[in-house]
Design a protein around this ligand. Structure first.
Ligand code: PMT
Length: 398
């Protein structure tokens, strides 16, 4: 049997999308997106589709178990805020329950919103002297007012559309539908693919319908018409399921990379496509990001290492300078529990397995007044400059 990854992109698309029913929420999402896009086309505003969070890979059609990945959606949610600040309208295609723009400041387990609240003393004329009004603690007033104002502005002016997905198949359907709906935007459309999309999945044809059993079924259920023996245990509909061992072997196929189809088919002519490349091995990052750019012929790959992603990224572009590092200066780096600060700069030094010059800080952000700065506050303005240039070139041609 030919794997989807071995097929031509257009053929893989038709096989993949024919295998799954579209997500139930797709028609509703399409209607919302159509209205949102129409509004911004009319206002000649740029629209960015930000993808965010991980995707799940179900092991059963009636899903009890699934494979997931680490992404909390921090990159996507944070970037969305900086795009809004730059005047873009944002379609935020995100993993359900991952972080959202604005509310992310108060939804982390380490940033519980209740810690920002206090009960004030009841006013003298209050009928219930045991109940004071709930209010934001004085030390958080300025920060929360700022977030609240931006959030309200985005909502009241229809600048932010939140669309959730859960599984990798739902993500694919949503991405394709949104890209096609964005066609009237032409070069004003931008795709910012920060989601950590699963690379492997179980095709629908091989997926167990019911919960995979971890032990043998009672004799009266074995071979019953309700639960066929081939549905027991393996995650696949095998002819001879193992009877005694309890090891679960899951056989996954590669998920087709639809970036080709996005760049060459679904996305509007002249639009800008930005993908991400995540690696854990510093010596591979630049090579893998360059390879992705060559393979899909799009406009920008943003490379990041799992251990340093909050403090540095690399822009890989088809035009000079081809490779550009963006780093938060040492004194402005926020703390990260999962990050390894010692590794900042390693991917630049170790690329191609050769010793390179010491990494340079790329820009002076000394006018920033806050303590830690978010790397997305540096990424998005740089990216917008590239989008400006693309639009300018396109308009000069016409
Ligand atoms: O959420 P955080 O914790 O903040 O983490 C952010 C992040 C590390 C997940 C993010 O910065 C990032 O790097 N995302 C991309 C992860 C990755 O390496 O993806 P990939 O190599 O599997 O895919 C390459 C690109 O194609 C990605 O932009 C991906 O979104 C996109 N893709 C991939 C497969 C697929 N079937 N469809 C896609 O659109």
């Amino acid at each position: 049997m030919t794997l989807l990854g071995d097929m031509e992109p257009a053929e893989a698309e038709s096989v993949y999308f024919n295998e799954y029913p579209p997500p139930k929420s797709l028609p509703k999402h399409e209607a919302l997106a159509r209205a949102f896009i129409d509004l911004h086309v009319e206002d000649k505003r740029r629209v960015v589709l930000v993808t965010s969070g991980g995707t799940t890979v179900p092991l059963e059609a009636q899903t009890v178990r699934f494979i997931d990945n680490f992404s909390a959606g921090t990159r996507g949610a944070t970037s969305a805020e900086y795009f809004l600040q730059q005047g873009y309208a944002v379609i935020f295609l995100h993993r359900q329950y991952s972080l959202l723009p604005y509310s992310r400041h108060y939804s982390h387990s380490t940033n519980c919103f209740l810690d920002f609240m206090d009960e004030a003393s009841p006013s003298a004329d209050s009928p219930n002297q045991n109940h004071g009004p709930i209010q934001v603690r004085s030390e958080y007033q300025d920060e929360m007012r700022d977030v609240l104002r931006k959030y309200r502005y985005a909502k009241q002016n229809n600048r932010l559309l939140l669309l959730p997905f859960t599984t990798v198949a739902e993500y694919m359907f949503e991405l394709r539908a949104m890209a096609k709906l964005m066609r009237p935007l032409g070069p004003n459309a931008l795709f910012y693919l920060a989601a950590a999309v699963s690379d492997f999945f179980i095709p629908r044809s091989r997926m167990a319908e019911h919960k995979i059993q971890s032990s043998e079924l009672p004799a009266n259920l074995d071979n019953s018409s309700a639960i066929g023996s081939q549905e027991i245990y393996t995650g696949e509909n095998e002819v001879q399921p193992p009877k005694s061992q309890k090891k679960l072997v899951v056989n996954l196929d590669p998920v087709p990379k639809f970036l080709h189809r996005l760049v060459d088919g679904w996305a509007p002519d002249g639009s800008m496509v930005v993908s991400f490349k995540l690696e854990t091995d510093p010596s591979l990052l630049v090579y893998k990001a360059r390879t992705a750019l060559q393979r899909y012929s799009h406009h920008l790959v943003i490379g990041n290492l799992l251990s340093t992603r909050k403090w540095e990224v690399v822009f890989i572009t088809p035009d000079p300078p081809h490779e550009r590092w963006i780093r938060v200066p040492k004194a402005r780096r926020s703390k990260s529990i999962s990050g390894v600060e010692d590794q900042v700069g390693l991917a630049e030094i170790q690329k191609g397995g050769q010793q390179q010059p010491q990494p340079q800080e790329v820009a002076d952000y000394s006018d920033e007044t806050r303590d830690g700065i978010e790397i997305e506050s540096l990424i998005i303005p740089e990216l917008v400059k590239l989008h400006d240039k693309m639009i300018e070139k396109k308009t000069q041609k016409e």
